[in-house]
Design a protein around this ligand. Structure first.
Ligand code: IDP
Length: 151
């Protein structure tokens, strides 16, 4: 059993796609562990996408991520990281397979609706960044049957 970090980006929130995206994860069989609607400041956006710091699109990416609210989530399931990436589809919506979230809801690589962790290390790091154990208003926790914390 694995947990992964998924985030509806500002374009997805503005377009009212949180429900559609949550539905796909639920229909696939994932268990929703935590969820919160929040704004991201530049420091958090830069830390989240730190691996892209040297890329030419980094500034634009941080501008985009801080341009509106996001919906941060933790989902659990077998091979959750790879399975979530499968539901989300390729980075460039133009290359994503039909039936994936990015293929069905997005047109442009810089506004591709949703993020999903790409490795176990990233998932643990990102869950820690966005859900640090504090419980700010709006944070929903599913009671863990094993008493485990979400990180
Ligand atoms: P991923 O989101 O599919 O894991 P990454 O390569 O980690 O893809 O890129 C992170 C995000 O950066 C992408 O989701 C996309 O929004 C943005 N991005 C990636 N490549 C480009 C690009 O060439 N131009 C503009 N934005 C990009």
């Amino acid at each position: 059993m694995e947990r992964t970090f998924v985030m509806v980006k500002p374009d997805g929130v503005k377009r009212g796609l949180i429900g559609s995206i949550v539905t796909r994860f639920e229909q696939k069989g994932f268990l929703l562990i935590a969820m919160k609607l929040m704004s991201i400041d530049r420091t958090l956006a830069e830390r989240h996408y730190g691996e892209h710091r040297e890329k030419p699109f980094f500034g634009e990416l941080v501008d985009f991520l801080t341009s509106g609210q996001v919906c941060a989530m933790v989902w659990e399931g077998p091979n959750a990281i790879a399975n979530a990436r499968g539901l989300i589809g390729s980075t460039n919506p133009a290359e994503a397979s039909p039936g994936t979230i990015r293929a069905d809801f997005a047109l442009d690589i810089s506004s591709n609706i949703v993020h999903g962790s790409d490795s176990l290390e990233s998932a643990q790091r990102e869950i820690g960044l966005f859900f640090d154990g504090a419980q700010p208003p709006g944070l929903l926790f599913r009671a863990a049957s094993d008493g485990a914390s979400i990180t």
